[in-house]
Write a protein that binds this ligand. Structure first.
Ligand code: NAD
Length: 484
């Protein structure tokens, strides 16, 4: 006799930031919710949080914290009059610390799910139609079917494979393995100087690897404002990262426990021999086996789930959020906001997302963060703009912290003074950007920021000073000496 089907108001597929947040918000709104997720950690146990928590951003920033301390003790501490000798690294313990952080945070999600009575299902999910989801236990025992009035697809993304550099996870590794190595590679090649490539480079270079990034594009970091990208390039290369731009990897060969990478640039073919090679060439949405063919889930030309501005797919009651769609960039906080947005829509509340005011962060040291438009994009559409900049080298607090590198740049409309974009490279840029996001959400002018009292000395003053510099009245930099 077929098993009786369990009925929910909402089934969420995927428990990354988009999916687990969506499940929590659905439950808060009184909806009977199930969340199906197939993540298995190294102990083959369920671990909520998706790539972001288990093998992405959280791992990356946890390791960067450790790497910064190691680097500080080896290279920077003497200037404080503190002499540290016999500094050694226990990489296994460093990884254990990272894993403990992941476990703690994942368990917190389990607790919140339990509090809200969300059914947590550790299984492979496949949408059969707009109402039914097949769930297959990970031990491949017999599948069952659950039903809901609404389905939220939040299955995330995975690394794009490069046929010229097939992953073996020993010598040619993906970003997940690159966050759990058990030794420091002497010479580390990275394909792709995008967000992931740079974040990994920042960790391993501080732990002692020689890094060579091979980037197919001629221009470095095209998403942020180009003034910030130029500053980033200068700082990273000064820190020892070797960046080869316009370098497209065409083949790889493994021999004698090393990888030979062949790449093409303007001058022809070159070879590079490294101990390990990380492939960080972008991510693709996890749509394979997400829905049965008969479900008719429509994908767009790039393989993302096709959605309208409300994250609704072409199937009634079926939403897609996070990395699965091309609405905005692949960012955890974009997925989180979409998770809340669709949960509220299902409950009859409509509070759309303002994708124009979405912060982006690159978690390197220094960090890069931005919100709104770049100078280049605004000039390209002929917008009448004015620009204010303030170098962190002129901020008292950065000096005290021994970290004076970086820049804050504010772009405002020349006539209305409305802030159109804020771009930061420097210590704690990921925290500073929140003030700019809030200002822009309230349609602030640069003068509002310039007249807002900031505690002194703080790094956040650099935002106020950059706003003052729009009218050439910075206080901690001689006027006339503003960087161009
Ligand atoms: P990316 O698109 O940012 O960078 C990949 C780079 O690889 C590109 O610059 C591309 O030109 C290059 N490339 C591709 N094939 C190549 C080849 N054969 N040879 C040389 N270079 C090649 O992708 P990513 O860094 O993998 O990140 C994936 C997504 O995840 C992005 O959308 C990113 O924003 C997101 N993400 C964000 C964060 C964050 O918010 N801090 C962290 C991790 C990932």
């Amino acid at each position: 006799m077929p098993k009786q089907q369990i009925h929910y108001d909402v089934i969420v597929i995927g428990a990354g930031p988009a999916g687990y947040v969506s499940a929590i918000r659905c439950a808060q709104l009184g909806l009977k919710t199930a969340c199906v997720d197939n993540w298995r950690n190294s102990k083959l146990q369920s671990s909520l949080g998706g790539t972001y928590l288990n093998a992405g951003c959280v791992s990356s920033i946890a390791l960067l914290e450790s790497a910064k301390i190691y680097h500080l003790l080896n290279h920077e501490i003497d200037s404080h009059g503190i002499h540290a000798e016999n500094i050694s690294m226990d990489i296994a313990q460093m990884m254990q610390r990272k894993d403990k952080i992941i476990e703690t945070l994942s368990n917190k999600i389990v607790d919140i799910f339990a509090h809200h009575k969300i059914s947590r299902i550790h299984a492979q999910a496949k949408m059969l139609n707009a109402r039914q989801v097949e769930i297959t236990p990970l031990d491949h025992s017999a599948p069952s079917i659950i039903q809901a009035k609404n389905i939220i697809l939040a299955a995330g993304s995975s690394p794009i494979d490069l046929s010229c550099a097939p992953i073996d996870n020993e010598f040619i590794i993906d970003s997940t393995t690159a966050l759990s190595l058990n030794s420091v590679p002497k010479k580390l090649g990275i394909i792709g100087a995008g967000v992931i490539g740079l974040e990994l480079a920042n960790i391993w270079s501080r732990l002692g690897s020689e890094i060579i990034l091979l980037e197919a594009q001629e221009n470095f970091l095209t998403l942020p404002d180009q003034q910030i990208s130029r500053e980033a390039y200068r700082i990273y290369t000064q820190q020892g990262l070797e960046m080869r731009l316009g370098a497209r990897v065409v083949s790889t060969k493994k021999s004698h426990k090393k990888v030979t990478v062949e790449y093409q640039d303007n001058e022809g073919l070159h070879c590079l021999r490294v101990d390990k090679l990380i492939v960080a060439s972008g991510r693709k949405p996890n749509t394979e086996n997400l829905a049965a063919e008969e479900a008719n889930l429509m994908l767009d030309e790039n393989g993302f789930v096709h959605v309208d501005e409300n994250c609704l797919t072409t199937l009634p009651g079926v939403y897609a959020i996070g990395d699965l769609t091309s609405l905005g960039p692949m960012l955890a906080h974009k997925g989180i906001e979409e998770g809340v947005f669709v949960a509220e829509q299902i409950a009859g509340i409509y509070t759309p997302i303002n994708y124009d005011i979405l912060p982006s962060v690159i978690y390197t040291e220094p960090e890069i963060a931005w919100v709104g438009q770049t100078e280049q994009a605004l000039r390209a559409i002929g917008e009448n703009i004015k620009i204010g900049t303030f170098p962190l080298s002129a901020a008292t607090r950065s000096h005290v912290m021994g970290n004076p590198e970086g820049l804050v740049k504010i772009i405002a409309h020349a006539d209305t003074d409305t802030i159109l974009g804020v771009h930061i490279i420097g210590a704690q840029a990921s925290e500073l950007i929140a003030e700019a996001v809030l200002a822009m959400e309230f349609s602030a002018c640069s003068e509002d920021l310039a007249r807002t009292i900031h505690a002194h000395p703080t790094i956040s003053e650099a935002l106020q000073e950059a706003a003052l510099s729009l009218e050439k009245r910075t206080l901690h930099l001689p006027v006339g000496k503003l960087p161009s």
